[in-house]
Design a protein around this ligand. Structure first.
Ligand SMILES: [Zn+2]
Length: 374
């Protein structure tokens, strides 16, 4: 790592709430949402001309199976902090997916959703017990989901694409896949996973009900109200903050200079830091460490472990909690088990190094960390 890159890790931690405690929280985006149904769907779509290996998401991203969850939990439980607590992850979860069958029955005139629990049921054997594992992870305090949006899918654009018979969206739909790069030669449309990227200011209105409905599903399926939110694709309009607050959200996981869409192609950037409080009382958290064992172009990231450890060191030196950012795609084995295993091996190395270098470390779910230090 160059001196410039290294100093950037420290600069990230210049502002914000300070603590002498060495707290590690691990944020994993995208749990609960579908993308590529399974390996058969990936291979069929590849044959049809989709560039499936052009991104790690179309190459590997699928729901974590029961086996994926069990193996992840084993890694988390294999290390202990100073109080004997295992490592804990905070999955940012989408609690619903499109109900393909009902949408088709309506001849693409109506959108229907199913909960992630129903998706597990529909996908069959590899997902038997997955919902129970989520609940087990919550009760053992190693897996504490927060809210990432209801679906990881912009329903408005998705339905429009289906109704207009956009070839790539319709073919992906036929194989129960969403949010893929378009077929070579087909019209490229805005990314469907960017739920909160509004086109016009009034597009925020239906998003208020989308949030209320999603948080209700979250509570009904997981038994508690989420306290933290990070938007799918990293941007949402500040107009939605009162709705999030009214639904129980108290923390927003942001980036240092997060942009918010205003509609009509306009954006505004705001500066955030750990513990920033806005006018309605919402507090902000900043991810200051990164762990991505696979890069977006599908190549293995040989720098994932050293970069993560260097960023944890920078956070602790600057008296900030270490908030590690990663994505579910690294930990899915439903399409390729070797891919998942490589990520888990690297995760284990990171966790072992953390407890060795900082024996006074505390592993925590992110909202508890926020409750304690903000
Ligand atoms: Zn996401």
């Amino acid at each position: 790592m160059t001196m410039f890159q290294n100093s950037k890790l420290y600069l990230k931690n210049l502002f914000g709430k300070k603590t002498r405690r060495k707290i590690v929280a691990i944020h994993i985006d995208d749990f609960g949402s579908i993308r590529v149904r399974d390996v058969q769907a990936r291979e069929t779509l590849r044959t049809l001309g989709f560039p499936m290996s052009s991104s790690r998401y179309s190459n590997w991203d699928t729901l974590c199976t029961s086996e994926d969850l069990q193996l992840m939990f084993e890694v988390l439980c294999s290390v202990k902090d100073q109080f004997g607590h295992p490592a804990c992850v905070t999955p940012f979860a989408n609690v619903a997916n499109p109900n393909f069958e009902k949408i088709r029955e309506s001849n693409f005139t109506e959108y229907h959703r199913e909960t992630f629990v129903d998706t597990f049921r529909r996908l069959g054997k590899a997902y038997d017990g997955a919902y129970e594992l989520w609940k087990q992870g919550i009760s053992e305090n190693i897996f504490h989901p927060e809210y990432h949006g209801t679906e990881h899918l912009c329903v408005r654009r998705f339905m429009r694409a289906l109704q207009e018979n956009h070839k790539s969206t319709r073919l992906a739909f036929d194989h129960e896949c969403v949010c893929l790069n378009s077929l070579d030669g087909d019209e490229r449309r805005p990314y469907l996973g960017a739920v909160f990227n509004i086109e016009r200011p009034e597009d925020n209105e239906p998003l208020k009900d989308y949030i209320r409905d999603g948080i209700k599903i979250f509570q009904d399926t997981l038994g508690y109200c989420p306290k933290q939110f990070t938007p799918g694709n990293g941007a949402h309009s500040l107009v939605l903050m009162p709705t999030l607050y009214e639904c129980g959200i108290r923390y927003v996981d942001a980036s240092l200079r997060m942009a918010s869409p205003l509609g009509n192609g306009k954006w505004e950037r705001h500066f955030y830091w750990n513990g920033k409080v806005d006018s309605i009382g919402m507090k902000y958290l900043i991810r200051n460490c990164v762990f991505e064992p696979f890069l977006d172009d599908c190549s293995a990231n040989s720098n994932a472990v050293p970069l993560c450890l260097a960023s944890v060191e920078a956070a602790f030196t600057m008296h900030a909690p270490a908030i590690i950012s990663t994505h579910r795609v690294n930990f899915t084995g439903g399409i390729d088990k070797a891919h998942r295993d490589e990520s888990l091996t690297k995760l284990k190395t990171v966790l072992q190094e953390i407890v060795k270098r900082w024996p006074e470390v505390e592993f925590m779910d992110s909202s508890r960390m926020a409750d304690e230090i903000l």
